[in-house]
Structure formats: C-alpha cells, structure tokens
Write a protein that binds this ligand. Structure first.
Ligand code: VG1
Ligand code: CO
Length: 543
C-alpha cells in the first residue's frame, strides 16, 4: 500500500447546487472528476484530518466504485476512521444520524436523490457537516473555490474493501468500519414514537402500503414497518434497492406514482400509504381517498405535535422553506409558537435546529423533518403519521378535513417547466425581477398585488445573508405565486412556479386544487412570460 499524489487540472463546473454536486453519470465517470471534488472537500474541511468520516450512498449506478475511491482518498488524506455503510447503502437521514451518533467531523453521501439513476441517469455527491446537516453555503463556496484551484489529489493504491460484510479493516493507517446503518436508525426511531400504539393500530385491522421505489429506503422500511411494527410482509413494495431504480423515477409525488394514487382513491384502498425518494429523505403521504400535500402534512404535524412523544412538550417553533405554503404559519399563529421562512434547501434549517429555535420543519417538495437529525426524513414522516393515526383514531381524510375546518385551506400546487434552455430560464427570472418595483397595487384579473420581492434571508443565528432566493408575488387575501430556478437539475433550466390560494370558507374546501388555482396559474404564466419566452403553454410536471 502506498500513498500517491496524482496531478490533475480543475473542472470549473464543480459548484454544488441546492443539495450537493449533481451531474450525469458520464460526467462523474471521467478520469479525475470525482477525485477532484473529493479532494476539494478535504481541502475545505481540514477537521476531517485525524477525525471520523461517515460514508455511504443511495445505491445508484456507480455507487460502489465511487465509494472505494473515496475510501482510498480518505486514507491518503489522513482521516482517522471511516464509518461506511454495509453494501454502501446509506439513506440521507441515516447518514445524518450516524454523523451525530459517532461525533464524526462530517459525512459524504453519494446521491442524486430523486433524479433518475442508471448508466444514463444522474449521480451526485454531498457533504454533511459535524452537526449532521448539509454543508452551509459558506462551506460549499469554499469547496468550489478549492475545486477551481486544484492541481493534485492524494489517493492510496490499496485494494477494494469488502463492503458486504460487517467488520473492521485498514487502508494505510485509516480504520475502515463497515456498519449496519439500519439498526442504528431503527433504534433512534423507537425513541421518538409510540411503537406499541402503532402496533395496536395495525393489529386492529388497519392496512398500510409503503413504497421504496426500488431505492435505498427499502431495507429501512422493511425493518421498521414489517419487522418491528408487524405490518404484514409485502406491506413495503419495491423494497430491493436497484442501481437504476428499476428504470423508474425515485420521486414520491403524484406525477411519478400514478398507480399508487389510483389505488389510494379506490374504496378498498389501504388506510395509509407513503412513498420515499432515492435517498429516503422525501415522503409522500396518502390516505384512502386522500392525497396530503407536503405543506399540509407539515401544518398537520405541527397542529398535533403534542400527540407525538417526540414533541410531548410542545414545539418551540417551526420553519418552512419560502415556497412552501403558509399553512403552517396559520398553525403557529394560533398555537403561539415561532415560525421561520427560509430559502429552499435543508441546509438553511440547520442553525435553527441546532439552536433549539425550531423542532419541526419542512418543504413543499415532499420533505419533512425534525430535530432528531439534520436532514429531512421520509421514514420518520411516515412513522409520525402512523403515530398520529394511532393516537387520533381518525382517518387521514378526516384529519385533513378537520384541519382545514379549523385553519382554512391553503390550496397549493407546483408547476415545473423542465428542460428549458438556460437563456430562457434566466430571461423569465430577469423579467420577473424587472417587475418587482411596479407590481404592488396592480390589479391582475381578479387578483390584486399586495407586495413583491426577490426573497433574501438573513440567518438569525450567524447573520449570513442569502440573496436572490426566488421572486415572490403576494396578493391580497393570502394568494401567492413564487418563481425560482431549480438547483438540482443536470440539464438546461427548470422553472418552478409555486402557486397558493387561501380558502377560508369551508364550502370551498372541496374544490379541485387545479380548479381553485386556475386564475393564479394564468396570471403567473403572464408575469414570467412563460409562453412568450419559451413557447410553452403548460407545465411538464404538476404536483
Ligand atoms: C429541490 C427541492 C428542494 C429540495 C432539494 C433537495 O431543489 O425543490 O426543496 O431541498 O430538491 O432535495 P431545487 O433547487 O431543484 O428546487 V433532494 O431529496 O433532491 O436532496
Ligand atoms: Co432526496
């Protein structure tokens, strides 16, 4: 075994987006591409030297090859100990937990989350800091600077480690420990929820369907829902992780899971269903005849927090990403706790969670989580809902309806325009920004603009400022249209249009979402100049 120094030249496109560096697999397979970025991580995080690193991935194509490379690089860069998941399979929330459990200096997670996998799909790498959370902007900026200045990297020429067996190995003087992350994660979940109550609820004839979409959540879901909670075998579908997610899109939303939605709208549907994404941090929650929007899910968990053992003492506060609906704000106002509005991406919740200002947070993009880790957590969210169902003994649909009756309904939808050219995406945002000053007071159809801005966020804990996080147009009566460009895509630009309308009157609560939002969709399309600039007349994905 020896430590090699390999000369290299920088790749100038290694700037992490909303959640790490995501590119096509082919990009990551080219010589030095992964190595350069990993060396940039070591350069930006000197604390890894002599310390512990957690390592794993979502099992997508190229996962294991990349993990073996990172193990050799960790050894050559002086990491004292690497905790790596068996078979290299580590969900994002479980990675966050392992970092915290072992007091690691950080973790590297190989995932492109909900993006498709396989040889022609996407690959990704993200770094989580010592608190277990995604690297904050200052750190990802430092990685990008290091990547742009790189001229060599260090790597050991040691042989591959057998990741299929638990145990301890060495590369150079670095200890490599292969661990079972499922067991540790399950132990954490058992501390947070009333497993006996959920078991009773299941035993009393309720049925559930969990869907891992052939991604990394499968082994976690089988162990928790079937082994520990006693759901019948087969309750977890598509449980075996596959490198190409069986050709599917591991994205838990109604557009990607039509069969699941169709099943849940039937009279003989299970009582509860949930699906998870590629790295098991996202969740979609469904009941019989009921699709719960992520924004409503967050609000409902907040309103019922004291029924969950984890939140027995109440919530200090909650946070949502800016485009997430204002449903949780209404709960916070009524219940008298603080709420925060942060930019898109889980990294902005970290400081608030660390400081104990919030204990629950979420995003409209099927992400919900709490203070037990520093990532959103799909399986946790499903357990939280099951615990709620067991405690309330009501159906999902009844819980949602009762919530709307109490707080009003925030009808909500996201319209994505995918595969736009970068020029068209930028032109739409520029056009929106150009109107901000003149929009307030304008009457657009039956909507009157109250305020408009380009969202900026000042972190209340460290004072860091994040500018240009999305254009918000707020209308009188609580309606909103929000526009931003995706930071996780790997091709062209994706415009995300987030639409929300507040329906106070229970007589309107039964309205179909798209019908309720139709006037807003038209106004938003005009404001961004979607058809004028790109020729598109409808969104590609509506969730
Ligand atoms: C998307 C979502 C965002 C989420 C991010 C990472 O980002 O909108 O809410 O935090 O994905 O989630 P963007 O920039 O494409 O809108 V995951 O589960 O893909 O790591
Ligand atoms: Co994800």
């Amino acid at each position: 075994m020896s430590r090699l120094i390999i000369p290299t030249t920088p790749f100038t496109d290694q700037k992490p987006g909303t959640s790490g560096l995501r590119k096509r697999v082919g990009m990551f397979c080219q010589p030095h591409y992964l190595e350069n970025f990993v060396q940039a991580i070591f350069a930006a995080v000197p604390a890894l030297q002599g310390n512990t690193l957690v390592l794993g991935g979502d099992g997508r194509f190229h996962n294991e090859v990349a993990l073996q490379t990172i193990l050799r690089m960790a050894a050559a860069n002086g990491v004292a100990r690497v905790i790596v998941a068996r078979h290299g399979l580590l969900s994002t929330p479980a990675a966050s937990h392992l970092i915290r459990l072992h007091g690691a200096a950080g973790g590297i997670i190989l995932s492109a989350s909900h993006n498709p996998g396989g040889p022609d799909g996407d690959f990704g790498i993200k770094f989580n800091a010592a608190n277990g959370g995604p690297a904050p902007e200052a750190l990802t900026d430092a990685m990008y600077r290091a990547a742009c200045a790189l001229h060599e990297y260090a790597i050991s020429d040691a042989a591959d480690i057998d990741l299929s067996q638990l145990g301890s190995h060495h590369i150079e003087s670095t200890q490599i420990e292969v661990v079972d992350p499922v067991a540790d994660y399950a132990t954490l979940m058992q501390q947070l929820f009333d497993f006996d109550a959920i078991r009773d609820w299941l035993r009393s004839g309720h049925r559930v369907r969990l869907d891992a979409l052939h991604a990394v959540g499968g082994p976690y879901a089988v162990h928790l829902f079937e082994d520990l909670l006693g759901a019948p075998l087969g309750s977890v579908r598509n449980a075996a992780p596959q490198p190409d997610f069986a050709g599917g899109h591991p994205d838990p939303n109604p557009a990607s899971c039509p069969e699941m939605i169709a099943q849940m709208l039937r009279d003989d549907a299970p009582d509860f269903a949930a699906a998870f994404d590629g790295d098991a941090d996202r969740n979609m929650v469904l009941g019989r005849h009921c699709v719960v929007t992520p924004s409503d899910s967050l609000a409902i968990l907040a309103a019922n927090a004291r029924l969950l053992p984890q939140f027995r003492d109440g919530l200090p506060g909650v946070a949502r990403s800016m485009p997430t609906s204002q449903a949780v704000d209404a709960v916070a106002r009524t219940e008298g706790f603080d709420w925060y509005e942060t930019p898109t991406g889980w990294k902005y919740f970290g400081n608030l969670l660390d400081a104990g200002r919030i204990a629950l947070c979420g995003e409209e993009s099927y992400g919900t989580g709490a203070a037990h880790v520093r990532e959103k957590d799909g399986i946790w969210a499903a357990l939280a809902w099951l615990n709620l169902l067991a405690a309330k003994r009501q159906s999902v649909a009844d819980i949602v309806t009762a919530h709307w009756a109490r707080f009003g309904r925030h009808a909500y939808s996201r319209h994505d325009y995918e595969g736009l050219s970068l020029e068209h995406g930028d032109a739409m945002l520029a056009r929106l920004r150009g109107q901000i000053a003149t929009l307030p007071g304008q009457q657009l159809g039956d909507l009157r603009v109250q305020a408009a801005d380009d969202f900026a966020y000042t972190d209340p804990m460290d004072g860091s400022v994040s500018q240009r996080q999305g254009v918000r147009v707020l209308f009188e009566g609580g309606a909103r249209a929000v526009f931003r460009l995706s930071g996780t895509g790997t091709e062209g630009a994706t415009l995300r249009v987030y639409l929300e309308r507040y329906l106070a009157d229970p007589a309107q609560h039964g309205l179909a979402t798209q019908q309720a939002l139709a006037p807003l969709v038209a106004v938003a399309g005009e404001l961004a100049g979607i058809a004028a600039i790109s020729g598109r007349t409808a969104a590609d994905v509506v969730t």
